[in-house]
Design a protein around this ligand. Sequence first.
Ligand code: ZN
Ligand code: MN
Length: 477
Amino acid sequence: MPEYEAVIGLETHIQLNTETKIFCACKADSWGDPPNTNICPVCSGLPGVLPVLNRAVVEKAVLLARAMNAEVQEISYFDRKNYFYPDLPKGYQITQNDQPIAVGGYMDLPMEGYVRHVGITKLHMEEDAGKTKHEHGRRLVDFNRCGVPLIEMVTGPDLRTADEVAAYLIRLRQLLRWLDISEADMEKGHLRADANVSIRVKGETGLNEKTEIKNVNSIESLRSAVEKEIQRQIREVEAGNVIEAWTLDWDEDTQSLSKMRSKETMADYRYFKEPDLLVVKLDEDWKSEILADYPELPLARRERFISDYELPEYDADILTSERSLSEYFEAANKAYAGDPKRLSNWLMNDVMRLLNEQGLEARDLKVTPDYLAEIIKLVDANTINTPTGKSLLEKVQQTGTSPREIVEAEGLAQVSDTGAIREIAERVVAENPDNVAKYKSGKDSLIGWFVGQVMREARGKADPNLAREVLEELLNH
Ligand code: ZN
Ligand code: MN
């Protein structure tokens, strides 16, 4: 059997998080609203109305184009894509076909041991259609989603594995949130991805017939759908069959793909320029206004965290997974002025647990970066021990009070006075002759139990290393 490789391209639709829809003043996000309550004459396609382009849509498209290294075109315009479907009240979708807002571009995807270069063919703005559903034998239509702003972005046939597909979507989702372009929640349809999949014998360069996978609503499901389709195509080819250009529908319940329809020849959408809208002219002034204060992007920040702070790739990946977390790390690192890896451990273990438990973003924490640095410094200076430091983190988060004040008010400073610890240790040794005998007969592991007893007597405030030293001395003489 020859070795095969997959050739995969992705078509993504990104729902923008603008206040209003793309061509009218209706609220863009109608998640959870009753059907047809968030519509007006423009987005429900009544005759005689005129669309007006939402500036924020153009601005978010430019932000994304820049992140994808795409070339923003000074002049772009909208076209009508004509087709009939019950969820499309106008009988056409306003989209960009001839002159999209941006062309070209790429994303370099860090994978295990290599980087996959994914080309971006084009990026354009368009309006969403409504939704239809079947209920009690009737066909119902909801126009709330009509006119919701989308960016459609198409990659080249550059992805080779299901893991790369997942990695691309994870990076894209991260970017969209980083730049505040979209909620990018696949479950809610804010980010939709259709995958074109074909296979070829490794080493060949031509493109074979492809199938298109649709209606997948999570990154994990798309990963398994693509993997299953690659395996199916290999089985077909090995059995001497040809791959036909099917559209495949993903069924989440059965985790399987089924044939929706054979792909007919390209539908004739009779595109023509949208006569009710002006061309979009992005002059240098507007462009530089949009791109002013453009943030460092996650992949660049990840590289910098690795080179400047000598963090492992794993840490850098997690710390740059969200913009506010990465900013928190840098602010805390500046305040701490110690080992960045030590700070990273605190962040990844204790701070992130707080974030997950309370459903917060790093910027919302009452434990400010300065406070976190203060807590770690108190531990480093042996003023408090590590367990006290961890509970102090929780107390600061509850009260918003500075760590130092809490340590003073609650008398949390640990006992590092050898005399006081020795007194407790002597008492523990005197009260437990059985365990002393066991320890002396060779059960060394009991030292941990003795340390625990001393810590308990000192109500957690003893320096555990000092306690161990004193105990070893008492027990071994
Ligand atoms: Zn409207
Ligand atoms: Mn589209």
